[in-house]
Ligand binder design. Sequence first.
Ligand code: AMP
Length: 154
Amino acid sequence: MSATTPPAGSSIFSRIIRGEVPSHRVYEDDRVVAFLDVGPLSRGHMLVVPREEQARLEDLSEESAAALGRVLPRLARALMKATGCTAYNILINNGKDAGQVVLHVHAHIIPKSSDGRGLTKEWRSSKLDPAEGAALANELRGALAGSAAPSTSA
Ligand code: AMP
């Protein structure tokens, strides 16, 4: 652990998961907890957090990642039923440059409400050059071939 690495289990979300900090809990199982975001972009904005404390998605075990993904459709259905929203965004920020503030993996589920509240995004798309696409996909396949999944962790 470097001097700048916070001790394991010290994130605000770990403290919420342990019940040391209050939250409006919506769901929990043995790997994942969901609660309302304290600064919602729209009504019903919630966070889905693995109990495993990793700052970033790429370091999360496959088991925790699977548990996180598995519960998303169920939570989305509940959100639609409870709030009446018909559209929503799911967002995982990774790294400060991507807007991540809390360094414990979490997925936002953000309803798009009829008054326009919710996630606003700037989507500055370009056009993929076919030759560049082929080379890049090849590079990515190579990177995948050499990558192992992070080891299991509760
Ligand atoms: P991110 O920018 O993806 O790291 O988002 C962190 C989110 O955590 C923000 O939307 C905050 O409003 C939310 N947040 C921070 N502290 C709490 C807390 N104690 N309870 C619920 N949500 C929180």
